[in-house]
Design a protein around this ligand. Sequence first.
Ligand code: G3P
Length: 300
Amino acid sequence: MDIFVDTADLDEIKEAESWGILDGVTTNPSLIKKAVDSAQGDMSLDKHIVEILETVDGPVSLEVTEIKQEKMVKEAETLYEQFNHINENVVIKIPVNTAMKEGDDNFEGVKAIKTLSETGIPVNCTLVMKPNQALMAAKAGAEYVSPFLGRIDDHIRNRIGLDRGEDYPKGIYYPSELTERVRDFHIRDKISKEELDDVVYQNQEVMDLFDWGNDHGLFSGIDLVWSMKNILDNYSYETKIIAASIRSARQVRQCAELGVEIATIPFSVIEDMMVHHKTSEGMKAFDQDVIPEYKSILDG
Ligand code: G3P
């Protein structure tokens, strides 16, 4: 599995690159803002972007800010023209759907993806929250689709009333079997078994518990990736999945078990992937047991 770092922070990117495990970088307007705020005017933003591109010999996603097809395409072309010649590694991030309220056009994103893929500009389709969006992005020619695992877990927790508010660490999510059981409990609570088949798909309240009308019964962010991967594999799309909005090493492991091509991971979670107290304990024991004769052989 390729590992991208989900940050625009140059120090983090350089450090991850020095570990020899980095395959790419993803940014978005929020990550750029965070990086610029913490760099405190050390360098101009265009120099900052150039340095990211030079540091990593792999895809670097830069996101557009407009919401209409033509303007998104224009921004994408500007970014590509200004930066791609640096290291031939710019990928343009386009939201799958730029609608922000009811009545807005839901297809500006895929239209932009289609246009850009036809002109040969690689697209990472972002803000993907359900498998059908990934299917449409793949059909439009996206090179990558980025499902937002952590944000779907937030959404599911809120829906089923398992969110413990601020005490709930960001990286924790329930396994799909548990959320499925909670869903079943809610259903049992609301309707009798006999009524289940007839009523469940017409009962908005039950449907809303798991957003079935929209998500077709997803139980976790990992479940979202699993479903999406099956769909893309079924039709042999070349579109690669970048598991995004990752909050824990456990999510990374589960993505790798599913054969997801890429995970874009916050710097701190990449660090967590390497740490185990039993490794440290073993290390300490080896260190204490080194006898001088052995050390002198090693010192040559
Ligand atoms: O890659 C998408 C990511 O930056 C969003 O992460 O934790 O804000 O949901 P998060």
